[in-house]
Design a protein around this ligand. Structure first.
Ligand code: SF4
Length: 218
């Protein structure tokens, strides 16, 4: 039985990428070593002893704010609690942190069997080991992506602050159909947004805005 370090589980609207506008239940796993300077989930990166709650602690559901507290959850408990809280929602987003640094393969299969659509958001720095029917959003950062992960991705959601954020991945982006590539300005920065718009027009790529942040959704 797999266990997971869970930071939070909450219902919201997917604000980014191909599934923008879709009601979703977000499962945020704790822990990431990539170290992006603009990370907007800095509270979910470290696995500090002092932040660890008791195992299977339901306080990670609807925490009501960003905090580094996390629980070690058994898969069976996590699935049961998540399904009990999803209401009408059928889209599950497994995010982080870096979700692929935890053993999510069985979890994705179980959620799919329960009638969920499952989306994994990953930096691609770890092997993407999940059910073949899982939607994989690859979000490359300033570190190398495993070659296999480019081919496995259902969409590329590339955070862009400067042109270098695109240039460092050019060789692989050239192998991906244009409609699968989404540029996302970092932190809604105006110059980054202008750059993304220009590149989308030049290359027929898509624009991804963090729409949830425009309406103050978590
Ligand atoms: S890969 Fe994602 S979670 Fe990890 S530091 Fe970068 S933005 Fe944050």
């Amino acid at each position: 039985m797999s266990v997971f370090f869970v930071n939070e589980v909450f219902c919201s609207i997917q604000g980014e990428g191909a599934w923008t506008g879709t009601p979703a239940i977000f499962l945020r796993l704790q822990g990431c070593k990539v170290g992006c300077p603009w990370c907007d989930t800095a509270y979910a990166l470290e696995l500090r002893k002092e932040d660890r709650l008791p195992d299977d602690d339901a306080r990670v559901f609807d925490k009501g704010g960003a905090s580094p507290a996390y629980t070690c959850a058994r898969e069976s408990w996590l699935v049961r609690e998540l399904l009990a809280r999803r209401g009408a929602i059928r889209h599950v987003v497994i995010t982080g942190g870096e979700p692929c640094s935890q053993p999510i393969a069985s979890l994705t299969s179980v959620l799919l069997r329960e009638g969920c659509r499952v989306q994994v958001e990953t930096s691609g720095t770890q092997p993407v080991d999940c059910d073949a029917s899982t939607w994989v959003t690859l979000s490359p950062k300033a570190v190398p992506v495993s070659v296999d992960n480019w081919a496995r991705a259902d969409e590329i959601k590339l955070p862009v602050r400067h042109m270098e954020d695109v240039q460092r991945h050019e060789a692989y982006l050239a192998t991906i159909p244009a409609e699968k590539i989404r540029l996302q300005p970092v932190s809604r920065d105006a110059a980054a947004t202008d750059l993304c718009v220009r590149l989308c027009l030049e290359r027929n790529w898509r624009l991804s805005l963090q729409t949830h942040k425009f309406i103050n959704l978590h």
